[in-house]
Design a protein around this ligand. Sequence first.
Ligand SMILES: [Zn+2]
Length: 347
Amino acid sequence: MLTFYNEQHSQHQGRDAVVRGQPVPCAEAPARVDAVLAELGRRGLGRIVTPHGVPLMSLERIHTPRYLHFLRNAWSDWVALDPANAGQDAVPSVWPVRTLRSDVEPDNFRAKLGLYSMDSGTPLTAGTWSAAKTGADCAVNAAHALRLGERGAFVLSRPPGHHAGADFYGGYCFLNNAALAAQHMLDDGARKVAILDLDYHHGNGTQSIFYQRDDVLVISLHADPRFAYPYYLGHADERGAGAGLGYNLNLPLPAGTTATAWMAALETACIRLGSFGADALVVSLGVDTFAGDPSSRFALHSADYLRVGERLAWLGLPTAFIFEGGHAVKELGVNVINVLEGFETAL
Ligand SMILES: [Zn+2]
């Protein structure tokens, strides 16, 4: 399996997140990817590749030009407001909720931050664009490798992507790597692509991007949004709209979900994937379903991830694994690489 590694990932490092009014260290940190890279080296699971840069036009296949323009320039705009801003992250504080307009981009930078974001827990930093763009490069390169005949590819990158929509960031995500990979394969001649999101949190960005389309099936297994982020999307009755009706499948699961119950949901997902007839699969690989993960109320254990990879291999599809969430840094490498090894050894 080829791994496309984002060497720029550590350029993006949020200082703090605010939890119950107190600043705490940002959980989405470079140590996450470092842990997976170290385990990848220990297990010797294929070649590590540096991606070629892709043109902005590739990103515009998923994200709006207006949003990309904002994201590229956000840091310099932030520092232009006040040179002292260079020492602190840009964090939004006001949002266009219901009844307010989001079609007119305000001049005020603070208002722009709110227009293009969904929460205050996703700090924008000096290196955010460079890290996110290189991650997107990795995703498009991985998709291209599958089209050239690779059976599996792994995108080892951060920041993650599945909460990012066509024109907004949030949930630590800025560019939707899974969506970019899927779109690239379609643009390169694939007829249908499926995205399977295994992260503990619902992939609201991915769902919203493809909600009205029937060429990308989006399936997500996740914690019920009634108690888990992103709270406002991810319910079972969201099945797609227009041409996309029937091409979005949410499998929300309760707190305390065991590996047995989670695997049963994975089986439901695999059966739907089988009937869709995809040419390729993109897996949003978050392992925050792990029992020891600070954000998880599920109970998967490290050995379970081998079985996940094995089950996915039996789908018989060229598969791109995109690294998403997981914050139990000590076990993160083992859990992620177990999925990849399960996939490789099942073949
Ligand atoms: Zn997550």
